[in-house]
Design a protein around this ligand. Structure first.
Ligand SMILES: N[C@@H](CCC(=O)N[C@@H](CS)C(=O)NCC(=O)O)C(=O)O
Length: 206
């Protein structure tokens, strides 16, 4: 069975899963969904019905990192899984405090008691740290790893909250890393648009 990926183009979690698939050169049937009108087929296999969700012959993966690990476990041509504890901790911080800060900044109108100055400070600390790490071409060194793919969609989302402000910060390494990703072929492919999937549609292969 060709694995099925329930996906949403703009979701940073789904984006990192698609980036891993591209690196692995592994094909899936992609099902673009509407988050406001999730298909029953997704709800049946995943209680929380978030994207990305990967349905394989044996297992359902409802967490983006699990999907990345599974995909790269099958085929890791770039040795993306060769990461250190520092890398694992950066992903944890990204998915935890930084993602919270990203949401509270981007969607601050939806929250009570957001102090944007506090959120800015949290983000600036993390982004400055990444800028330091990026004295090498990629976060953990001269070759890209899972850590780059896992973080890039989130840093991109943060940058585009106010790209002029982001570009004006003293983060030349971070900007180089992000801009080279934005210009990359894998980013372009990962952002291809697909129509919303409907049951009975001819499979779309990603
Ligand atoms: N921890 C999950 C988070 C996935 C997630 O929250 N995805 C969002 C879209 S960016 C979603 O599906 N939201 C719909 C919902 O929560 O009902 C992962 O890593 O895959």
């Amino acid at each position: 069975m060709t694995p099925i990926l329930y996906s949403f183009r703009r979701c940073p979690y789904a984006m990192r899963a698609r980036l891993a698939l591209l690196s692995a050169n592994l094909s899936v049937e992609i099902r673009e969904i509407s988050l406001k009108n999730k298909p029953l087929e997704l709800k049946v296999i995943s209680k929380k019905a978030t994207v990305p969700c990967l349905q394989t012959e044996k297992k359902i993966f409802a967490e983006s990192l699990e999907i990345m690990y599974w995909v790269l476990g099958k085929s890791d041509q770039e040795q993306l899984l060769d990461i250190s504890l520092k890398g694992i901790n950066l992903i944890k911080y990204n998915d935890g405090p930084f993602k919270t800060c990203l949401d509270r900044t981007k969607y601050h109108a939806h929250y009570d008691n957001v102090e944007l100055a506090v959120e800015h400070k949290i983000a600036k600390e993390f982004l400055s740290q990444l800028n330091e790490e990026l004295r090498t071409e990629f976060i953990l060194g001269e070759k890209r790893t899972l850590v780059d793919l896992a973080l890039l969609p989130f840093i991109r989302q943060y940058a585009f909250i106010d790209k002029r402000w982001f570009d004006a910060q003293n983060w030349s390494n971070l900007n180089r890393w992000l801009n080279s990703f934005l210009r990359s072929k894998s980013f372009a492919i990962s952002q291809r648009k697909y129509p919303i999937w409907n049951p009975g549609d001819k499979p779309t292969i990603f």
